[in-house]
Ligand binder design. Structure first.
Ligand code: ISL
Ligand code: CA
Length: 546
């Protein structure tokens, strides 16, 4: 496994519209990111992933692009973007952009032309089908709507959309489309960006002929279809291989075997991927399922392809709330989850605010929410007779807005995020949970994350070490080693509100244990066991006993 810069990197995700507002319009902006770069640098991360800031009507918060070459006014303009890239590079960090090419906005000129008439030269840039028996061409659901088909009355054909009606899918079978996307990618790469996070990149190929699905609610028919690898190998051949960059594919519905086809070092496609076997399949914490998922991905990829590790992002609610304890053990739990993500095999991602233990939110009414996925689902369920209150309650835990509330900088009005009215309400706990408080507290989650990231720079075992689970079947203790040449680390986590105990197995008992990082002040280790407090996490270096 050859060693490269991106494998050793830690990525910080900036959802800029919720990061920092410099012009008082209530939206974060790129100037705000520039002003906070020293804060990001202080954490010690290497790469910034910037969510989409291209021209967009913003129906899906920038994931509905109407001009790939423009910067939306809310974010700033291309000059500010250029300044951001320079300031990131001046601080020795790298910037990757979001590549959203499975679909555009319905306001994109390409789609406006395509929908204008059946014989428009761009008709085939999107996916159009005649009605079948006067209805949608098949029974597929989209991510955000009951059908993937929307009737365009003007030409009496349906167009295909994997997400919202406002997000028509591009037709990747059309070579003109592919060439235009490659040209756009070169435009941004030639500006000096360091790679792409590729939005649902495994959805580009569709099942030929669009047959009905036996179970339309299982929408995995949207991805991993024949032809996808040819598209990605062509993208690699025509664009990616010509730049010193890294690419991470967002790849829903994928197993380790399929995942390797996207990121195998010999595949000439992508460098690494986000899979969703945790985020989409584990509504709440399930230690045994998590261990199983981590083991199968390690077995499937290690030595052949690179994995990524995350527990939250702008689509998936904050990890200390969803997968930890965001109440009496919030600090210890945030540190435990951070320790786990950063010591698992793969590239760790930090979602803005995670480093200060920000939590998910519970607003009181659907009007307080912005997420199109949640609002569409609420509308569908209520129209189908669901009780509005019960439907609302059911959607709260997984609403994407949980992670999209503004970054909490201090305890002043709007947490120092904006001097205007924030585009979405803040989490009221910003009074206690904010950057200013974290930087003043030597025991804060921030400084713990800073140490985790620093360790990665000093110890290749954290990046390249193998992985052995010594706690199989244990529902609260997760204890595993990472080993590289003569360096062996033992990570022990007690994911529980109760005390726990790890019996040191024979093959580890002949080793001295030197603490490397710990989220409590005292440790209870003897020759045979480790006593653990609630949500206690520790990294130990194992040394041969003299
Ligand atoms: O939210 C999810 C499931 O309910 C995620 O699985 C997510 O919708 C899916 O992984 C695709 O996400 C990406 O593409 C979407 C956009 O809304 C998301 O923000 C983006 O991360 C369409 O572009
Ligand atoms: Ca602003």
């Amino acid at each position: 496994m050859n060693q490269t810069w991106w494998k050793e990197a830690v990525v910080y995700q900036v959802y800029w519209r919720s990061f920092y507002d410099t012009n008082g319009d209530g939206y974060g902006d790129l100037k705000g990111v520039i002003e906070k770069l020293d804060y990001i640098k202080r954490l010690g991360v290497d790469v910034i992933w910037l969510n989409p800031c291209y021209e967009s009507p913003d129906r899906d918060n920038g994931y509905d692009i109407s001009d790939y070459y423009g910067v939306m006014e809310k974010a700033g303009n291309i000059d500010i973007w250029e300044e951001l890239l320079k300031e990131v590079h001046d601080r020795g960090m790298k910037l990757i952009m979001d590549l959203v090419v499975n679909h555009t906005s319905d306001q994109h000129p390409w789609f406006q032309e395509s929908r204008s008439s059946k014989d428009n030269p761009k008709r085939d840039w999107y996916i159009w089908k005649d009605p079948v028996d006067g209805k949608e061409p098949n029974n597929w659901r989209s991510y955000f709507t009951p059908s993937t088909w929307e009737l365009d009355k003007k030409t009496n054909q349906y167009y295909f959309h994997s997400f919202a009606v406002e997000q028509p899918d591009l037709n990747w079978k059309n070579e003109e489309v592919r060439e235009e996307i490659y040209r756009m990618m070169r435009y941004w790469l030639d500006k000096g960006i360091d790679g792409f996070r590729m939005d649902v990149i495994n959805l580009l190929a569709k099942i030929e002929d669009y047959p009905n699905a036996a179970k339309p609610e299982h929408i995995n028919y949207l991805g991993n279809n024949p032809g996808i690898h040819e598209y990605l190998q062509e993208m690699h051949e025509k664009v990616l291989r010509h730049y010193d960059i890294f690419t991470v594919g967002e790849i829903p519905f994928v197993t380790p075997e399929d995942g390797l086809l996207y990121v195998g070092e010999d595949r000439k496609e992508l460098h690494t991927l986000f899979h969703f076997q945790v985020a989409d399949d584990m509504p709440s914490w399930d230690m045994l399922r998590y261990k199983e998922i981590q083991q199968t991905w390690y077995d499937g990829l290690f030595g052949k392809g690179w994995n990524s590790q995350f527990l939250n992002n702008h689509d998936h609610t904050r990890q200390v709330t969803r997968y930890g304890n965001d109440k009496e053990y919030r600090i210890e739990s945030a540190k435990l989850l951070g320790t786990m993500v950063h010591t698992m095999p793969g590239m760790p991602y930090i979602f803005q605010g995670e480093e200060i233990g920000m939590t998910g939110v519970r607003f009181s009414s659907i009007e307080d929410y912005n997420d199109i996925a949640m609002k569409n689902k609420y509308k569908e369920l209520v129209e189908n007779g669901g009780d509005p209150e019960k439907v609302f309650e059911s959607l709260l835990p997984l609403s994407r807005d949980n992670s999209r509330t503004p970054m909490q900088w201090n305890d002043s009005g709007h947490a120092g995020f904006t001097t205007g009215t924030p585009w979405i309400k803040l989490n009221p706990n910003y009074k206690e949970i904010n950057v200013e408080a974290a930087l003043k507290d030597p025991h804060s989650v921030f400084y713990y994350y800073q140490k985790l990231i620093q360790l990665r720079k000093e110890h290749p075992v954290m990046v390249y070490g193998n992985f052995t689970d010594f706690s199989k079947g244990h529902e609260t203790i997760y204890a595993y080693t990472r080993e590289l040449e003569n360096e062996t680390w033992l990570i022990v986590l007690n994911h529980s509100d109760e005390n726990g105990q790890f019996e040191i197995p024979n093959d580890l008992s002949d080793k001295k244990m030197k603490p490397i990082l710990h989220n409590y002040d005292t440790m209870m280790i003897d020759d045979h066991k480790i006593e653990l407090k609630p949500h206690e996490a520790m990294i130990l270096e194992l040394q041969l006993k003299e």
